[in-house]
Write a protein that binds this ligand. Structure first.
Ligand code: ARG
Length: 261
């Protein structure tokens, strides 16, 4: 995670970002700390990346890389405003037990990649359409040695895979079908007939932008209907207020890069 110490909305690269509405920096920081404390209270170790001035979106740490079983596929951001974030993430992995591969193709890390270790021996779901280049899906498959299922996002409001789909545990997902092309919806139905189906209101409340450890599902407080859905499927929702991060077009998942050593 990376604290929102320099977080602002000073450019618009997704439909949620409105530069005329100011962010409350103190509130953003307070909410971020509560999210971090929620994760540590649940027993998860959280590493913190230093925030850099001039990189206001660095708080969305999920976009900096994608790791699977000790291998890390680095990010290459679509927009120049975020390009320098990739190096900060690379430096983090250089200090640990990882094999890091720098990307040739544009991809925004866990923003557009999800991993299900228990599905089909380990399956990667990947989004394209707004940020990540489909060529990066093939590149990720070569770097990570896991099958990558390519999914096309079609609604600009849900520009990253992690705004439209989430892994609930090692084998189960939840997603908002209309965020995907008709063909990709069919692929998802085929692979995950038992998925938890979300609706537009769930997606708009960033209810799919969740982090799950397989038992606890961490969601933002606006996503009450989504919390009910995951509870009905046997998970325990944990709600954290993240109003300020939504102003940049992100929520819980965007703020957390999951490490898979
Ligand atoms: N403002 C950031 C952008 O548009 C938000 C990134 C949200 N992160 C995510 N994992 N969806 O790039």
């Amino acid at each position: 995670m990376c604290p929102p110490e320099h977080f602002t909305v000073e450019y618009t690269i997704n439909p949620w970002m409105d530069t005329t509405v100011p962010v409350d920096p103190a509130l953003a920081l307070k909410q971020w700390h509560l999210l971090r404390d929620t994760l540590t209270d649940l027993g998860h170790a959280v590493h913190v990346l230093d925030a850099h001035p001039g990189l206001p979106d660095m708080v969305y740490a999920a976009n900096g890389a994608f790791s699977v079983d000790g291998r890390v596929y680095g990010a290459r951001f679509k927009f120049p405003q975020r390009a320098a974030e990739a190096a900060a993430h690379q430096l983090f992995y250089a200090g640990g037990p990882w094999t890091f591969a720098g990307p040739e193709h544009v991809n925004e890390g866990e923003g557009d990649f999800a991993y299900l270790p228990g599905a089909y021996g380990g399956l990667i779901l990947a989004g394209h359409g707004f940020r990540t280049d489909p060529a990066a899906h093939a590149e990720a498959q070569e770097v990570l040695g896991r099958p990558v299922v390519s999914l096309k996002l079609v609604d600009p409001a849900f520009y990253h895979l992690d705004t439209a789909l989430a892994a609930l545990d090692d084998r189960h997902i939840t997603y908002y079908p209309d965020a995907f092309s008709a063909a990709s919806q069919r692929v998802l139905r085929q692979l995950f007939p038992d998925a938890v189906i979300a609706d537009r209101a769930d997606a708009e409340s960033f209810g799919l932008n969740l982090v799950s450890d397989g038992h606890h599902v961490i969601l933002n407080t606006e996503a009450t209907a989504m919390a009910d859905k995951v509870r009905a499927h046997g998970y325990t929702p944990v709600l954290v207020e993240l109003t300020e991060l939504k102003r940049g077009g992100g929520s819980v998942k965007c703020a957390v890069a999951e490490l898979r050593p």
